[in-house]
Design a protein. Sequence first.
Length: 212
Amino acid sequence: MDAAEQAAAYAAADFSAPHQFLVDQVHRLLPRLPVAARVLDLGCGPADVTVRFARAFPGWQIDGVDGAAAMLALGRARVAAAGLDARIALHQAVLPQDPLPGAGYQVVLSNSLLHHLHEPQVLWRALRVAAAPGAFVYVTDLRRPADEATLRQLLDVHGAAEPAVLRRDFEASLRAAFTVAEVRHQLAKAGLAMLSVTALTDRHLAVAGRLS
């Protein structure tokens, strides 16, 4: 989402309920998260989820990474408005060519980045490079509907009230997303089979666990 129109529409949309749901689920899927940690958020976008994690875990220091300058500009404004500049730093990097801001992170997060990547192993390799031994991982993304009828139903339920640009992006993202089985195969290929993959909602999946 490099275009300013897309970034602005995405940042202005009310994703409060689904984003807070994703944050709340971390307590269920990863019940022993560290109280204080260095955290990496891959694909942070306009930082709504990043800010929600920072509020939920006051001891976390979070580096957010995104490839889109327009998204990061909106994200930095959101972080400043939340008064979280001391705990959240946002960095521009396009995977896999650009370096990450650090390594040895105790927690690695990502929301809705996987389906944007032409090669999904880019995300899993970045996670491996960035994570400390024993790090906690929580990755959420859309999951591809089983058929065209289900896709149309999801568009009607979750996209009907959105601007045309967001509805188009939502449809394209659903079509580009992966199934639970496909993500399990990706993890096995990446040597990350210790992570679990679950269907989280009618349109989301979650990858969660602790690296061994």
